[in-house]
Design a protein around this ligand. Structure first.
Ligand code: CTP
Length: 403
């Protein structure tokens, strides 16, 4: 999934021939799942029509301080537009527009919006080769970079003048790749490796039967998807579940039993910065697994069980620098039991689920959790979707690394 998915992009189009390429650019943004609003300078409308960009962006295009076609002359609020955006991109950015951005010469809606923008601003220059090298243009670049704006350098090639050289606006695909790389490099969990366990485990009784539990795996998959979105390298060790990850950067290791999960976790644990144990691991397994299907001959039948290894406790036991998060599912004396688990399993944080809370637990879309850290600071959270709980958990991880 592109990092642009869900992003709100404000595209400022100024009046150069490269403006026609913004049709492809908007299409690529929409394809990546972004929301796009377009502001055009009056001159840019000679190169690409507002109708084209409005159709492709699925939004009205803004180009003046009030809507000319509207008899009631509704004011286009440039402050709202600027605040709406996650980032602004000026493409093509002509020498004229760059100079106005650099000096604050606010004579159109695009510049007014630019001056109101608190979000990151990118600009993709487009002009003829001599204009691109002119000291005046270079001083605009310098000023804008000093303001913190990010330049997407022009490319070399044939120019509208017939000359060949540097000055062509970067191709739409390259602008998208530049933005994706830049946004990804700034994600809060970039460079962090996170191991996550999810789902139930199945403990075989015979070749056709097993002991399992009702865990769907949703909580662990939501954490994995969210962590990948935040830039982490994710290894997801998943018990049997129908869930699929939403990000193909996630390395999924499918396991069945508690022992498989234990082995897979220990294979990766040394290299990770964070481990989050969201799996509902079976605590017991049949002591002997029948090699053939057990026939129903006896009137009564019992299975001798033995304890499985506690994966989380084993990870806590060999913990070096890993930030270790466990879950606790309790039905009584919740806080006290969770605190005991923090100590017993050497955790940094525990996510407590109480089955007494409405909306919490297995096979639900929602969860109501309480965070308890290793200093026993207790933080009860609201009932929310499992996706939002995943975000909360990862905020704790981010906080740990920014402390
Ligand atoms: N866990 C684990 N390996 C096990 C059992 C549990 O890694 N064999 C992990 C779970 O993934 C969870 C945490 O331990 O993060 C707590 O699980 P929970 O079922 O609440 O507690 P248990 O330790 O199994 O203790 P009890 O069932 O007695 O409450």
């Amino acid at each position: 999934m592109s990092v642009l998915n869900g992003k709100k992009i404000l595209l400022g189009v100024s009046g150069g021939i490269a403006a026609y390429k913004t049709a492809s650019l908007v299409r690529l943004f929409i394809k990546a799942g972004a929301h796009v609003q377009v502001i055009m300078t009056p001159a840019s409308k000679d190169f690409v029509t507002p109708l084209t960009l409005s159709t492709l962006s699925k939004n009205p295009v803004h180009s003046s301080f009030f809507n000319e076609d509207d008899q009631d002359a509704v004011w286009n609020n440039h402050v709202d537009l600027a605040l709406w955006a996650d980032f602004m991109l000026v493409a093509p950015a002509t020498a004229n527009t760059l100079s106005k951005m650099a000096t604050g010469n606010c004579d159109n809606l695009l510049i007014a919006t630019y001056l109101s923008a608190k979000c990151p601003v990118y600009f993709a220059p487009a002009m003829d080769l001599d204009m691109y090298k002119h000291p005046s243009t270079l001083s605009s670049f310098t000023a804008l970079k000093q303001f913190g704006n990010i330049m997407i350098p022009a490319e070399s090639g044939e120019l509208a003048s017939g000359l060949s050289g540097e000055g062509r606006m970067a191709e739409p695909e390259n602008i998208v790749a530049f933005l994706e790389a830049d946004l990804e490099s700034k994600l809060p969990l970039v460079g962090k490796k996170i191991l996550i366990t999810a789902g139930p485990t199945y403990e075989a009784i015979d070749p056709v039967r097993f002991i399992g539990n009702h865990s769907s795996g949703k909580m662990g998959f939501d954490i994995a998807n969210e962590a990948a979105k935040l830039g982490a390298q994710v290894i997801l060790i998943a018990g049997p579940t129908h869930f699929k990850t939403k990000n193909n950067s996630i390395e999924v290791v499918n396991v069945v039993s508690a022992q498989d999960m234990y082995d897979a976790c220990h294979l990766h644990y040394n290299d990770v910065d964070v481990a989050i144990a969201a799996a509902a691991v079976a605590d017991y397994r049949p002591k002997v697994v029948a090699t053939q299907k057990i026939k129903k001959t006896a009137e009564e039948f019992s299975i001798e069980l033995e304890k499985t290894k506690d994966i989380l406790a084993s990870l806590g036991g060999i913990k070096k620098n890993q930030f270790l998060i466990g879950f606790a599912l309790e039905t009584q004396n919740e806080i006290e039991n969770a605190k005991l688990k923090i100590q017993k399993k050497n955790l940094d944080l525990i996510v407590l689920n109480s089955l007494q809370d409405e909306g919490a637990g297995f096979k639900k879309e929602t969860n109501k959790v309480t965070f308890i850290d290793k200093d026993f600071k207790i933080e009860p959270m609201e009932l929310k979707s499992k996706e939002s709980v995943a975000v909360d958990i990862l905020n704790k991880v981010i906080l740990h690394f920014t402390k």
